[in-house]
Design a protein around this ligand. Structure first.
Ligand SMILES: Nc1ncnc2c1ncn2[C@@H]1O[C@H](COP(=O)(O)OP(=O)(O)OP(=O)(O)O)[C@@H](O)[C@H]1O
Ligand SMILES: [Mg+2]
Length: 325
């Protein structure tokens, strides 16, 4: 059997297949980027920008666009804090995280009152931009307290960028807050097949060596992703197909590698009972059950698992593929 040795790999840069990877170019989202940048621009002059809600189905580039625009603001010395809400359980956690990012210091222990954190955040910056990703995951009381504190505190003015898959959380705002927390809405529609193709094409060009992936194999991935619309699945399939091709010592990624990537190695695992689940799989199951929410996506579950148990995305998808399909 032929084996690819040493540096004989098909991957030029495996990192581009990581769903957390922030691409240097965000394709097909010029309108959303321009809209968000225009809303937040006043922060450059130290003026409070309006609040924004980025809303749309899973895998439509909300997180990517917000992180991209925030990184541009940082380049212009605007303080920004990007927060993943599913892992933040209390109001204190939220502000401790903002403190950590903005003040670049380890946040004090819980005993310190919230207003002290706010004071120090205010001393570090005038108008921070705070992004609350997957804001719908905040519990009712935390959601209301966080937004109220952000909007009404006297230590700093803030531009809030909320990110959510739907506007359902707005109904959970207390009436008082609902009337003072106004936001501009930016819609993220699903990508067309053409758009999916060009986003994935960029990853193939930067992730694999030239001409490694056959056109047929690539089109097969595009086809599968266009069916369920989940770009993350596309990234997973591309990487796994690469691994499969390497495993059979091939210098090209063929359709059969995509099919193997899709099937996973142990179809038998489908029949696993809960008692046979390993600890990673149990973590996934526990979180799915704990998230007593509608509209929970695999992306949401993964965000929690990555933060809480440091699970890699390929491991996560493997579990979803084999245990919960
Ligand atoms: N326009 C784009 N250009 C390049 N890559 C993109 C684009 N949109 C999404 N991606 C990639 O697709 C994956 C999913 O995108 P992202 O996480 O931004 O979606 P999302 O809308 O935040 O999804 P969710 O609601 O599930 O959190 C990421 O790995 C991201 O890098
Ligand atoms: Mg997201």
């Amino acid at each position: 059997m032929e084996i690819l040795w040493g540096d004989e790999t098909l991957f030029r840069n495996e990192e581009v297949f990581d769903p957390e990877f922030l691409p240097p170019e965000v394709l097909h989202r010029d309108m959303q980027i321009a809209d968000l940048a225009a809303c937040l621009r006043p922060a450059l002059r130290g003026v409070a920008p309006g609040h924004v809600l980025c809303v749309g189905p899973p895998s439509t580039g909300k997180t990517t666009v917000v992180r991209y625009v925030l990184s541009k603001l940082e380049e212009h010395d605007v303080a920004t804090a990007y927060l993943r809400c599913p892992v933040l359980r209390t109001t204190y956690n939220v502000f401790a995280r903002i403190y950590e990012v903005v003040c670049r210091k380890i946040p004090p222990q819980k005993g310190v009152p919230l207003f002290r954190l706010l004071e120090e955040i205010g001393q570090s910056c005038d108008v921070p931009v705070v992004a609350l990703d997957d804001i719908n995951f905040l519990a009712d009381n935390v959601l209301n307290e966080v937004l109220l504190t952000l909007v009404k505190n006297v230590e700093f003015k803030v531009g809030v960028v909320a990110i959510a898959m739907s506007k359902d959380f707005v109904a959970r705002l207390e009436p008082y807050l609902g009337s003072i927390f106004h936001f501009h809405e930016i819609m993220f529609p699903l990508y067309s097949k053409e758009e999916i193709r060009s986003i994935l094409r960029w990853r193939v060009e930067h992730g694999f060596y030239p001409d490694v992936m056959t056109e047929e194999a690539f089109e097969r991935v595009v086809e599968l992703v266009a069916r369920n619309g989940d770009l993350r699945y596309g990234l997973y399939l591309l990487r796994k197909a690469g691994v499969m091709a390497e495993r059979r010592a091939s210098r090209r990624i063929e359709v059969e590698d995509v099919e193997r990537a899709r099937e996973g190695e142990e179809v038998v695992a489908l029949a696993k009972s809960i008692s046979a689940l390993n600890s990673d799989e149990r973590e996934v199951l526990k979180i799915i059950y704990a998230l007593d929410e509608e509209n929970v996506t695999t992306g949401d579950v993964y965000a929690i698992l990555k933060a809480e148990v440091g699970m890699s995305y390929s491991r996560f998808y493997e579990i979803m593929d084999t245990s919960f399909a």
